[in-house]
Ligand binder design. Structure first.
Ligand code: HEC
Ligand code: HEC
Length: 275
């Protein structure tokens, strides 16, 4: 009898796994219930402790070999948020970060763990700082995307100049602007701006909506600021469209731009310091 129940449960588990949403889109991943911190603790001690440490302070035994360093959960500053700069992320944000991992760092994707396990880990990560008693910030609104046109890309290019993204990310987005080599994170470790030419996805997602959120909420704990106070939604979508032309990806924006540029390059003012 007991065996039958176990087999049935195992079968159900496989079914749930098979129908789990794909990890690529930030929106597709919705945790279905609040996790259990006590269960999460056991999983944390097994999978996370070597990097993030028993006390959640980012000082696990492997931490000294790792660059960038594992996150210190006691300071409760998180990079990937749908919420305004300086506020805590939602459970969903943490769940998505754990699921997708941090590209080009030692933080792996934990998609192989069950959904329940990842939910439990979210609950446990939140036990390391008293800040969580205040609860997460309110997610920013992301209004419907405007059409990706040449006009939109050109306006976005002006915003990239005006907001001085190039000072860190470089005129062509290669992560080599005049300030790039001087940047430190909140723990005084050197940090490089994202290189758009690398063609990788972002730490905090891969879709146009994820990109919108990244610069409208900022990457907390790093010099990458939030531009929510400086950009209207339309400016922000224009900027998203321009940023896509900096990546070696066949996005609709890049295709438009590559067709337009050869006959118009002379009309463009170079990006960078202006007299
Ligand atoms: C091999 C080392 C390693 C292991 C193991 C590891 N992490 Fe990480 N983790 C990192 C690093 C490094 C970062 C910081 C990446 C960065 O700042 O770009 C990070 C960042 C994070 C963040 C920060 C998210 C944000 O938005 O800032 C969370 C949450 C997290 N890890 C959870 C976990 C959980 C849960 C586990 C266990 C299931 C785990 N990590 C296992 C290395 C690791
Ligand atoms: C003061 C320097 C600085 C300025 C100005 C700046 N950034 Fe960044 N940006 C960074 C750094 C540093 C990172 C890397 C953060 C990390 O890897 O944790 C980054 C990362 C990013 C990322 C990738 C985030 C991810 O999830 O991987 C995007 C996209 C981005 N910046 C866009 C912009 C845009 C658009 C502007 C202008 C509106 C801008 N940045 C201005 C320093 C800057």
């Amino acid at each position: 009898m007991r065996l039958t129940i176990l087999t049935a449960a195992a079968g159900l588990g496989a079914l749930i796994l098979a129908t789990s949403p794909a990890p690529t889109s930030g929106q597709a991943m919705q945790p279905h219930h609040a996790g259990n911190a006590a269960a999460g603790k056991k999983e944390y001690r097994r999978y996370c402790v070597g990097c993030h440490g028993k006390a959640g302070d980012g000082m696990g035994e492997n931490a000294m070999w790792i660059e960038p360093r594992p996150r210190d959960f006691t300071s409760a500053a998180f990079k990937c948020r749908s919420t305004p700069t300086g506020t805590l992320p939602t459970d969903n944000d943490l769940y998505n970060s754990i699921t997708r991992g941090f590209v080009a760092t030692n933080m792996p994707s934990w998609l192989p763990l069950s959904q329940t396990t990842r939910e439990d880990l979210v609950a446990y990560v939140k036990t390391f700082s008293g800040r969580w008693q205040a609860g997460p910030g309110t997610p920013i609104a992301v209004p419907a995307e405007t059409p990706a046109t040449i006009e939109s890309i050109l306006k976005g290019r002006e915003t990239f100049q005006k907001m001085e993204c190039w000072k860190c990310h470089g005129p062509a987005g290669h992560g080599d602007g005049p300030s790039a080599s001087t940047l430190l994170d909140s723990k005084d470790n050197p940090i490089r701006p994202y290189n758009f030419a690398a063609g990788s996805r972002f730490k905090c997602g891969s879709t146009n909506e994820d990109l919108y959120r990244i610069f409208m909420t900022g990457v907390d704990g790093t010099p990458m600021p939030s531009f929510a106070d400086n950009l209207q939604p339309e400016d922000a979508w224009n900027l998203v469209h321009f940023l896509r032309t900096l990546q070696p990806l066949q996005t609709p924006e890049a295709t438009l731009w590559q067709a337009w540029l050869p006959s118009h390059a002379s009309e463009l003012t170079p990006i960078g310091p202006q007299e």
